[in-house]
Design a protein around this ligand. Structure first.
Ligand code: ZN
Length: 217
């Protein structure tokens, strides 16, 4: 019973938010997919494509589920005391899938996170979750990298945060210049990682990125 009440409440909250940003109905979203199918030159009424708009709209709910989450609130509830641990914490190779906000094409890559805790640490799964929330939105890589760093910095208030993202952009590999094998690297260094070359290099060597890419060697 509690669950039903809760889900009704969260649905209505989502509905309020949806009307604020002018979110269309499911039917409108499916109609838009039919339009795009026609734009490709195909017939949305042929048998193989009949269920496609419904599937695409459902896939969008999964790919863009990050709009429903508030990572700050989530992290605030989940930190733990450090127990005296005062070395750099590094989590590398967190895989993510996102979509570029210019072409809505996939961006696929890895995020590496480091921070030097002051009083608080978070579990590994929470950091991975943080990446998931920000990646499941329309993004540019630079912004996503900065958002992850800023969120960790504001909630955990560590001595510093380092985030490096490496990714390939399918808008570049499958269209336009058609360059494969190119990955883009973005970084955001805050606190000690920005101010102390030694700490920054410790992080970069832990993730296997050459110092020259993101900071002075
Ligand atoms: Zn793009």
């Amino acid at each position: 019973m509690d669950n039903i009440v809760k889900s009704k409440r969260s649905r209505s909250k989502a509905a309020v938010e949806a009307s604020r940003v002018g979110k269309p109905s499911r039917e409108e979203a499916e109609a838009a997919v039919r339009t795009l199918i026609r734009w490709t030159g195909d017939d949305p009424d042929r048998e193989g494509l009949l269920a496609t708009p419904r599937r695409v709209v459902r896939a969008y709910e999964e790919w863009f589920s990050g709009y429903n989450d508030h990572p700050r609130e989530y992290l605030k509830r989940t930190f733990e005391e450090t127990g005296g641990y005062d070395e750099v914490v590094v989590l590398r190779d967190i895989r993510f899938e996102s979509f570029c906000e210019h072409h809505m094409a996939p961006i696929i890559g890895r995020v590496h996170i480091g921070y030097l805790p002051r009083n608080r640490v978070v579990g590994i799964s929470k950091l991975a979750r943080l990446v998931e929330v920000y990646s499941r939105r329309l993004q540019i890589q630079e912004k996503m990298t900065a958002e992850i760093a800023t969120c960790l910095d504001e909630v955990l208030k560590p001595h510093g945060v380092a985030v490096v993202t490496e990714a390939t952009h399918q808008c570049m590999t499958t269209r336009g210049v058609h360059k494969t094998g190119v990955s883009m690297v973005t970084s955001r260094m805050l606190g000690v990682f920005r101010d102390h070359a030694e700490t920054r290099h410790e992080f970069l060597s832990a993730i296997g990125v050459r110092g020259g890419i993101v900071g002075p060697a």
